[in-house]
Ligand binder design. Structure first.
Ligand SMILES: Nc1ncnc2c1ncn2[C@@H]1O[C@H](COP(=O)(O)OP(=O)(O)OP(=O)(O)O)[C@@H](O)[C@H]1O
Length: 227
């Protein structure tokens, strides 16, 4: 469901004399439906870079990335947009929203984009916000002024509102209290049980051990390690 085969990546620093940084080579992994795989490796090893290539934000210089039926590494922008709507969810560490959009709407948005009627989309958004303990008095406000942990939970609600067949998670339990961390772990377990293929970065070792079936260390994909 999420597949990388022999992926390579380099960055050209145009504003620093055109220096070329080779950061990844021969990166291969596969995440099956219902499986959760953790990306590990020291800071700077390339975890986010690989996630961004799968999400379609960074170009893949060599190799192939597939998500569901789409070859992301060679896809057109409109195909990437369609994949993000229905096929691949992404819970990033930080919430990015338009100003002045109420929280309930922010969370319902992925369903509205898929054509789910507004009352149903908002009912499902309300259910998830309640589960994640976002006080109801906050639902009509923009989340831009919320606390770090509240913003993260709004982000998680938005990432889990549609049953995406594949999901990228970037430290989903960071900055959460014990109760909310437990709720998020349950959401991830429910997604696995319905067959979602999950690839994530988990610095929270307890969460990683409980949720992940396998670990892929991206250090092995560093060009200098292979040389
Ligand atoms: N847009 C970019 N331009 C230039 N270099 C980049 C870019 N993005 C990442 N890199 C480089 O690629 C390497 C891998 O970075 P990446 O952010 O993927 O590491 P990471 O494993 O996610 O680290 P962390 O755990 O600290 O988030 C680093 O050396 C980084 O400097």
């Amino acid at each position: 469901m999420i597949l990388a085969e022999n992926v390579a990546k380099e960055f050209t620093l145009h504003n620093q004399g055109g220096t070329v940084l080779r950061v990844m080579q021969g990166a291969s992994l596969a995440v099956a439906p219902g499986e959760c795989v953790a990306l590990t490796g020291a800071s700077g090893a390339g975890k986010s870079t690989l996630m961004r290539m799968i999400w379609g934000n960074y170009r893949t210089d060599a190799g192939v990335i597939r998500v569901g039926g789409l070859t992301v590494s060679h896809a057109e922008p409109r195909q990437i947009i369609a994949m993000r709507r229905a096929g691949l969810g992404y819970v990033s560490q930080f919430l990015r929203v338009l100003p002045r959009v109420p929280t309930l709407r922010v969370v319902a948005e992925p369903l509205l984009a898929l054509g789910v009627p507004q009352p149903e989309a908002e009912t499902r958004a309300a259910h998830l916000l309640s589960r994640l303990r976002i006080a109801e008095r906050l639902w009509s406000l923009s989340p831009t002024t919320f606390s770090g942990g509240e913003q993260q939970r709004v982000n998680i609600a938005r990432g889990f509102i549609h049953p995406y067949p594949a999901l990228l998670l970037d430290e989903p339990t960071a900055s959460l209290d014990a109760q909310n961390r437990e709720t998020v772990m349950q959401l991830i377990e429910e997604a696995k049980a319905r067959g979602t293929a999950i690839l994530g970065i988990f610095h929270d070792e307890g969460a990683r051990d409980r949720l992940c079936d396998r670990v892929v260390d991206v250090t092995g994909f560093r060009p200098e390690v292979q040389a």
